[in-house]
Ligand binder design. Structure first.
Ligand code: NMX
Ligand code: MLT
Length: 470
């Protein structure tokens, strides 16, 4: 049934790659459908003009005040960068090119009727700002399929790591091993004109997005299985193939992976992984270098690694209290976590002030596919207990769950039980957003990022009479 549905979507039908063109870069298209790069190239001049006009008319206007608290508090709330692919509202959550998650689910092409969007459609949307047709989404699937080959050196590099190297370390190293194939780095060395930077950044970004599922699957199988590789299935889309190459053939698992890869892709520009990718890319480091840097940020427990931490925390909870704990016992466990000076993983957010709509989306998926799963019930109980306990501290600005509070439970249900791998799945998805924006950053000619830092002495001198040493 899935293969038929994928067939209906047009995946793998009538697609071909054209011979190399002038700059020796391949073009991809499905008969009668303009490919993504061509569509993008037509949009770029008008967006360049738009930015020029914005600078000319409003460049000198103020975006507000920066307080000392903001400067020393992680630059929280300082509007300081352009990010076109998504925008976060503290109350409502994320919108991708203006579309909320339910709108994405309603409008983007799906692999099965009424099913989850395929991330290829989201990638088209992120890059062009337009909802793709089924054929356009299918052309992205085909383009990614053609770019997906991983050279044997990647596995050799991974095999040189210690056996207990964390999967996120392997991801970062694996991406760095791919960097030798950077079209952008080669073009820069050749002296390419800056107006053409985006073209090779596009090539690198699409190559990297295409190769990530295979890289992730290799990391998974060499770390947790027998190390044998499963080749991609020619009828499956990008996200379903990721699950398939990891060793999961269940249609429900494939749907979960499409949803998972869609909702984790982008969360505007200020989060650690996006900001890092943007910052490093602004030095004209190529997409491999900048994305690997972003992944090293995603590997932090306050950011993407929180999905691993949630599972560890839940497993400790059930080990201590049993699989069906009373709510009062759960409440005590949360209080103990706080009292021991640790964070409750999966709760809180630097920007959001309500339940993360990515949490809600995953909750709805669980209600549909696994309503009786004990771990889902536990996560639901936590939703009723944790915000109240966190709220009582009086200092936590957002006591509500974020994306990481729910994702691990879905993976556990389908048998992906190795929580140390979870952040890799987050990272594969994040590539869609940060690399799409990276292409636009070069197309718009955004400059090297260089905010101003200060010493405590400078601040003291400016705002008080206190003596300062520097
Ligand atoms: N558990 C315990 N303490 C918390 C939590 C939490 N879940 N959330 C915030 N706090 C504390 C925070 O550590 C800070 O304490 P202190 O003043 O002693 O340093 C205080 O509350 C105020 O923090 P906020 O301003 O509310 O939050 P901030 O913007 O600094 O941090 C997070 C945001 C997401 C880092 C924080 O909420 C957190 O550590 N959450 C748990 C980890 C997590 O789930 N991270 C994943 C975020 C999503 N993602 O995927 O990246
Ligand atoms: C993200 O998806 O990047 C996280 O929710 C963190 C953030 O937005 O700051």
């Amino acid at each position: 049934m899935l293969a038929q549905a994928v067939g209906r979507l047009g995946l793998g039908l009538g697609a071909h790659s054209l011979p190399a063109v002038g700059n020796s870069l391949r073009r991809f298209c499905t008969d009668g459908v303009d490919d993504l790069k061509k569509t993008l190239s037509e949009l770029i001049p008008e967006q360049q003009e738009r930015l020029k006009a914005l600078k000319k008319s409003h460049g000198s206007k103020s975006l507000g005040e920066v307080t000392v608290d903001m400067a020393i508090g992680g630059m929280r709330g300082i509007p300081g960068m352009l990010w076109e692919t998504s925008l976060l509202d503290p109350e409502e959550g994320i919108r991708f090119r203006g579309l909320s998650i339910p709108e994405l689910q309603a409008q983007l092409p799906a692999a099965i009727p009424g099913g989850q969007p395929i991330p290829e459609g989201l990638l088209w949307l992120l890059l062009t700002g337009k909802v793709p047709t089924k054929e356009q989404a299918a052309s992205v699937t085909e383009e990614l399929r053609e770019r997906s080959h991983l050279g044997p050196h990647v596995l050799k590099v991974l095999n040189a790591l210690p056996d207990d190297a964390h999967p996120m370390t392997q991801l970062s190293v694996g991406v760095m091993a791919l960097q030798s194939g950077s079209h952008f780095a080669a073009a820069y060395t050749r002296g390419t004109h800056k107006s053409k930077y985006w073209e090779t950044v596009y090539e690198d970004s699409m190559d990297l997005i295409a190769k990530l599922p295979q890289l992730a699957a290799i990391i998974y199988r060499r770390t947790y299985k027998d190390g044998s590789q499963i080749q991609p299935h020619h009828t499956l889309d990008w996200a379903a193939n990721l699950a398939y190459m990891m060793g999961y053939e269940d249609v429900g698992c494939h749907e979960m992976m499409r949803m998972y890869q869609t909702i984790h892709s982008d969360h505007e520009g200020g989060n650690v992984s996006a900001h890092t990718t943007h910052l490093v890319g602004s030095a004209l480091s190529d997409p491999y270098l900048s994305f690997a840097a972003g992944m090293n940020g995603l590997a932090g427990p306050l950011h993407g690694l929180a999905n691993q931490e949630v599972l560890r925390w839940l497993k400790n909870l059930t080990a201590k209290l049993g699989p069906h704990p009373e709510k009062e016992a759960v409440r005590k466990y949360v209080e103990e976590t706080l009292a021991s000076g640790k964070v409750v993983p999966g709760y809180g957010h630097a920007v959001l002030r309500k339940t993360d709509p990515r949490y809600t989306c995953q909750r709805e998926f669980a209600q549909r596919y696994m309503p009786e799963y004990p771990m889902f019930k536990l996560v639901s109980d936590l939703y009723e207990v944790v915000p109240e306990v966190l709220g009582k501290t009086g200092k936590i600005k957002n006591p509500w769950p974020n994306v990481d509070a729910h994702s691990g439970v879905l993976l556990q249900y389908y048998g992906i039980t190795e929580e140390n791998f979870y952040t890799v799945l987050f990272g594969v998805s994040r590539a869609l957003g940060v690399l799409a924006q990276g292409i636009w950053s070069r197309a718009l000619g955004l400059p090297i990022e260089r905010p101003k830092s200060m010493t405590m002495g400078v601040l003291e001198k400016r705002f008080s009479a206190a003596p300062s040493s520097q």
